[in-house]
Design a protein around this ligand. Structure first.
Ligand code: C5P
Length: 225
């Protein structure tokens, strides 16, 4: 069996990472969450106290991405050696990540890392530009979509599960507006915008459960191997 690259793209909270992780598990492949990489860079910019400065002079981000280390260890994401798996899911990161990921020096640096991570193939990589830019030769390209309201509901449940007291969990309307705004920014940016590759298979997950969407992607993958 040959090892392939599976590229899964789509808007925020469309089920990419859950699907990608499970398909990778079924196939014995490595799962790479590129959104976690953009979130890690964003966290680094926020923590460095440089966010406002980068807003004024975007080229200042270059110094922060130079020499950055982002590694995956099982389910954990390590930023410069520190476990940031929880922090990168904070809403303060989600609110800034579209801006940071629109910057050319950030995309250039992560593109190199992502291509390196997929070099031996046998990977499932999810993001916004995997099929279009990172691995345009990926054997299987999937584009996942779902209604904005449905995606907001899923994200809401996820946040509630993490914070049962409801601390800092935005209401459904706010979450939906944030998701729609993030998609708009991701789709309209100049470099590597969110876009379906013409060869990508589009799956609408609005009315699918996780098992169903995993089975669909897995079936495609087995045919390509
Ligand atoms: O997938 P996730 O929602 O965690 O991605 C967070 C953000 O990172 C996206 O909204 C987008 O701005 C950025 N991103 C990107 N390119 C990718 C993956 C994520 O620009 N390949």
């Amino acid at each position: 069996r040959k090892k392939i690259i599976i590229a899964i793209d789509g808007p925020a909270a469309s089920g990419k990472s859950t699907t990608a992780r499970k398909v990778a598990g079924l196939m014995g492949y490595t799962y790479i969450d590129t959104g976690a990489m953009y979130r890690s860079v964003t966290l680094k910019v926020i923590e460095s106290g440089m966010l406002d400065e980068v807003r004024r002079s975007p080229e200042k981000v270059e110094g922060l991405v130079k020499g950055i280390s982002i590694a995956f260890e099982g389910d954990r994401v390590l930023l410069d050696g520190r476990d940031v798996s929880g922090e990168i899911r904070d809403n303060r990161v989600a609110r800034e990540v579209s801006f940071i990921s629109s910057l050319k020096p950030v995309r250039d640096a992560l593109l190199v890392m992502q291509q390196e991570l997929g070099r031996g193939r046998g990977v499932v990589m999810d993001g916004r530009d995997i099929g279009t830019v990172v691995f345009p030769d990926a054997e299987l390209k999937i584009f996942l979509v779902a209604d904005a309201r449905e995606r907001a509901k899923r994200r809401h449940l996820e946040l509630q599960a993490k914070s049962p007291e409801g601390f800092g969990v935005p209401d459904l309307e706010t979450l939906e507006a944030e998701i729609v705004e993030r998609d708009r920014a991701d789709a309209l940016r100049e470099h590597a915008p969110l876009k379906k590759h013409p060869d990508a298979k589009e799956i609408d997950t609005s009315r699918l459960n996780i098992e169903e969407q995993v089975a669909m992607v897995h079936d495609f993958a087995v045919q390509m191997e």
